[in-house]
Design a protein around this ligand. Structure first.
Ligand code: GRF
Length: 212
């Protein structure tokens, strides 16, 4: 059974989708632990409710980013994860951290990458009058929101949409595609090689797997 460690900073609805998929056998693995840089993150409560060890590490307790990341790596490695999943982890991770989990760390970013890396993606899509928006699951590399895309889900944006409307529509898709990608990884179908994502031995295009 593959071991998954999840990093959250907030609500943890993507964590919940992954916990549920593990419990229902849609992911052939288990969440070994959840970490948060915010002690009050609701994601930690979700972990405890699922009887998964939940840990908070406060950046303020460490001298610098390197010291924080070093401790986080030690604590993560105690769970010997096959996969590290960033699920709303609102912290920029050091190069050392990213390198340690290279090829076995995933993130979900709420835009159709490479469009809108960084914050406030839904607001930007609305303000730019985009008719289409979405979310991307990608391998994590040192480039922020820049690693190879594995799978995207698209949603329409309507002219009278609020940011909340778009967020809800995108999150609905996230809860479907993130567990799916995690299941591919734990089933040994997914790898990162030569700066690209590969599924079932096929190199995926820049926008990820074409999911019809
Ligand atoms: C998600 O929309 C994800 O794309 C982004 O942060 C949000 C986290 O939501 N990285 P949640 O904490 O999983 O509910």
């Amino acid at each position: 059974m593959k071991r998954i460690v999840v990093l959250v900073s907030g609500n943890g609805s993507n964590l919940q989708a992954i916990l549920d998929a593990c419990q229902q056998g849609r992911i052939n693995g288990s969440v070994a632990a959840v970490f948060s840089n915010k002690a009050e993150a609701f994601g930690l409560k979700r972990a405890r409710a699922a009887e998964v060890p939940a840990h908070a590490l406060a950046a303020a307790q460490f001298a610098d980013r390197a010291a924080f990341d070093h401790q986080l790596m030690l604590e993560i490695d105690a769970y010997a994860p096959d996969l590290v999943v960033l699920a709303g982890c609102m912290r920029i991770l050091s190069a050392e951290f990213v390198q340690r989990y290279a090829g076995r760390m995933l993130n979900i970013h709420p835009s159709l990458l490479p469009k809108y890396p960084g914050l406030h993606t839904h607001r930007q899509a609305i303000e730019n009058g985009d008719e289409e928006h979405g979310t991307s699951v990608h391998f994590v590399t040192e480039e922020l929101d820049g690693g190879p895309v594995i799978l995207q889900a698209k949603v329409p944006v309507f002219s009278d949409d609020s940011e909340e409307d778009v967020t809800a529509r995108v999150q609905h898709q996230e809860h479907a595609i993130y567990p799916l990608v995690v299941s591919w990884f734990v089933d040994d179908r997914l790898t990162m090689r030569q700066g690209a994502a590969w599924l079932d031995g096929q190199q995926l295009p820049v926008e990820g797997h074409a999911f019809e």
